[in-house]
Design a protein around this ligand. Structure first.
Ligand SMILES: [Zn+2]
Length: 436
């Protein structure tokens, strides 16, 4: 029988989440296969299971890539990142509001040049794939051309991407401002052009409440109701000064989140970055509206913003994904992001076992982005987005994992010590996009 060339199988240890494993490393919500086989056909996962079970069912002509001694996990999902901030990552000093003035706005001004936008977008997508990230929700800048640049590059690279033009009509440099009307028109045109095109989705993207007028938020809410499956992404309660500012600009609201609710921006497919200073009523509102949270630990530490309370979010049932938040975040690596999440939660005396960290970076992120029918784990029918983690990627990792007692300990060490060198291959929609 003829086998399509797009059909391949990969043999490795396979670890993925069927549901949130919580803090139990032995949770039945994990599928952990010591010697597994993952079969990919035409961009999708066809089957997954123990090699001894799956291999005899395969046509003999299907090529098998041997990744033994390595670990296959689902592709990572970055639920909050700013691609235009690639060139300002690791900029010294300042907390949120000063940091925006000093670094972010001058950098984002450069995106009025489409050639620059395209060049940064190309680097960004390559960097994501090198780090094993196969799905991301990204902010562009206020320039519509910055959105075209990132979608074009993601499309060429086969990456799944949610992105949108930043809406910002006040309290920022004039040359970065749109207006309520132009922001509306531009977003509308970009939705028509990019939303649901292949693996691309559009997100309405007000930077945060302080840089949008009430009129702009109102028009954003109008677009949200006109396009019910479009995403909404913004920032919420990252920094105390920011929250005071929102209370001055939008008096009479119970909370910062209530401002977004008022304008119709809390719903399924709304993703709120940070959510550090929220209360139980806010969590209930997030949960009840199907809104999700992006937990961005490297950024929260870097800007001295604070610590995200994962337990409180989980108890309220809110979906939480991880975000790198580059350029306030300090790494494109979701392994490093997981490691920093662990440390933030240590300070709050909340456990984060390796399997739950993996959940946040894969299936949890997919649920937060309402994409769990397509990505997030390796079940048959889902997009074949996965990464191969190399336990011999550095001499220290090789040494540390050699005698690990079990796979959970091995994965934990990989998360703590890993970076892009640990990603030996990345596959997007069944196609290898990084690695030898
Ligand atoms: Zn951000």
């Amino acid at each position: 029988m003829d086998v399509p060339v797009s059909k391949i199988a990969c043999r490795a240890t396979i670890i993925h989440c069927l549901d949130d494993p919580g803090i139990d490393p032995g949770s039945p919500n994990m599928q952990v296969i010591e010697d597994g086989l993952l079969v990919i056909n035409d961009g999708l996962i066809e089957s997954v299971g123990p090699a001894e079970v799956i291999q005899p069912t395969l046509e003999p002509s299907v090529p098998i890539k041997n990744y033994r001694e390595q670990i296959i996990v689902p592709g990572f999902i970055d639920t909050h990142v700013h691609y235009p901030q690639t060139d300002m990552i690791a900029s010294y000093g300042e907390q949120l509001l000063d940091w925006l003035e000093r670094y972010t706005y001058p950098t984002e001004t450069r995106f009025e040049n489409p050639d620059y936008a395209r060049e940064v977008a190309r680097f960004f997508v390559a960097e994501m794939q090198k780090n094993g990230t196969t799905t991301a929700a990204a902010f562009a800048t206020t320039h519509p051309g910055s959105v075209d640049a990132i979608f074009s590059e993601a499309e060429d690279a086969g990456m799944r991407l949610i992105a949108g033009k930043v809406l910002m009509d006040r309290n920022c440099p004039e040359n970065l401002q749109d207006t309520a009307d132009s922001g509306f028109e531009d977003s509308h045109a970009l939705i028509k052009k990019w939303h649901n095109r292949g693996r691309l989705n559009y997100a309405l993207t007000p930077r945060f409440a302080p840089t949008s007028s009430a009129r702009q938020l109102e028009l954003t809410g109008q677009l949200a109701s006109e396009f019910p499956d479009v995403y909404i992404q913004t920032h919420l309660a990252e920094n105390r000064k920011e929250i005071e500012w929102v209370a001055e600009l939008f008096p009479g609201h119970r909370s910062y989140l209530d401002v977004y609710r008022h304008f119709g921006l809390t719903r399924k497919r709304s993703i709120f970055g940070h959510c550090i200073y929220i209360d139980d009523d806010d969590r209930k509102l997030l949960h009840d509206t199907g809104s999700a949270v992006a937990f961005c630990p490297t950024s929260n530490l870097f800007l001295g913003s604070g610590m995200f309370d994962l337990d409180a979010a989980s108890q309220s049932g809110v979906q939480v994904g991880l975000g790198s938040d580059v350029g306030a975040g300090t790494s494109f690596s979701m392994l490093k992001t997981m490691a920093e999440a662990y440390k933030v939660l240590q300070l709050l005396h909340q456990p984060l076992p390796a399997y739950r960290a993996l959940y946040l970076a894969t299936l949890g992120g997919a649920r937060a982005l309402d994409l769990d029918d397509k990505v997030g784990n390796l079940l048959p029918g889902k997009d074949a987005d996965f990464v191969v983690l190399d336990t011999r990627s550095t001499s220290l990792i090789e040494r540390r994992t050699r005698d690990a007692q079990d796979l959970h300990s091995k994965l934990f060490a990989l998360i703590m010590l890993g970076d892009e060198r640990t990603i030996s291959a990345t596959y997007c929609f069944g196609k290898q996009v990084h690695g030898d």
